[in-house]
Write a protein that binds this ligand. Structure first.
Ligand SMILES: C[S@@+](CC[C@H](N)C(=O)[O-])C[C@H]1O[C@@H](n2cnc3c(N)ncnc32)[C@H](O)[C@@H]1O
Length: 275
């Protein structure tokens, strides 16, 4: 049953508290509706068979944050159109793509049909994964799932559950420092206007008050607490610098701010080995 019928025209936006259940549920419908636009805008930079970690242009082919993936069982959550999973498959991994949005996965299926590599696509919320315990060696996401849920501890707990002991969990998110600045890639985005410590989500609403989109903030300390709470060991926090000559603007990311402020945080973590 569709709980979210009604006019999806954006009526208001701002930082405000909304019921967790509404905020966490909004992502699926929003990404279904916006999959085409997202991929039309960013698809060429993402690549068809590639794992791009962030707008700064860090690619797994160079960064190797997932370790040696040949023969590894790998799960991507918040996979979007599954370009990363296709890259992993080409690199010899046994990889599965999951996403809460049918629209994003359908774009992945279309790419499969267009001959860019066949990968398993599973529609699933990263907070309730349909896999048995200890199924995977590696779980990862590039900007998927975590920013869109009010209860990220559930995503970390699920990653921990489906990983084998010693398995790796790697994820990229907007750098928490960005929360204090307007989402403007130009000079207007260089002056802090909000508190870094304000955890109210950014919310877009319809005229009837329905939450159309919600994005949640965690401080660096919140992320570390979430990881430690789920039993992970933090190996690296990667803060990619904006590369010289990289002029591409992606939302609030671009060379003007990139030269001054971090835009992305990539957490590389693992579960302790058994015994
Ligand atoms: C910014 S896109 C990133 C997609 C892909 N990783 C990429 O780099 O293009 C965010 C993705 O997270 C997915 N997502 C949002 N909430 C989710 C949830 N609770 N569980 C799984 N995926 C979710 C969205 O459907 C969307 O595909």
């Amino acid at each position: 049953m569709d709980h979210e019928s009604g006019d999806d025209t954006l009526a208001s936006a701002g930082f405000l508290r909304v019921p967790d259940e509404q905020g966490g549920r909004a992502a699926r419908r929003w990404w279904d509706a916006n999959a085409g636009e997202y991929l039309a805008e960013h698809g060429d930079f993402l690549g068809d068979v590639d794992l791009l970690w962030c707008p700064e242009g860090v690619r797994e082919s160079q960064a190797r944050l997932l370790g040696d993936v040949a023969g590894a069982r790998v799960l991507e959550v918040g996979a979007g159109a599954a370009q990363g999973t296709r890259w992993l498959t080409a690199a010899g991994a046994h990889a599965v793509a999951t996403d809460v949005s049918h629209g994003m996965l359908a774009a992945g299926a279309a790419a499969t049909g267009a001959g860019r590599g066949r990968v398993p696509l599973v529609q699933a919320d990263a907070r309730a994964l349909p896999f048995a315990d200890a199924t995977f060696d590696v779980v990862f996401t590039a900007f998927g799932a975590l920013p869109f849920v009010p209860d990220p501890h559930r995503v970390h707990a699920e990653a921990a559950r489906v990983l084998r002991p010693g398995g790796r969990w790697v994820f990229s998110v907007t750098h928490p420092v960005r929360w204090a600045f307007p989402d403007d890639p130009g000079p207007g985005g260089l002056t802090a206007t909000r508190s870094y410590f304000d955890r109210r989500p950014y919310v877009e609403q319809a005229a009837d008050g329905r939450v159309l989109y919600a994005e949640y903030h965690r401080t660096l300390g919140d992320h570390v607490a979430d990881l430690v709470g789920a039993g992970f060991v933090l190996d690296r926090l990667v803060e990619p610098e904006w590369p010289a000559g990289h002029e591409r603007v992606w939302g609030g990311w671009g060379p003007v701010r990139g030269r001054v402020l971090p835009g992305t945080a990539i957490f590389v973590t693992h579960l302790p080995a058994a015994g």
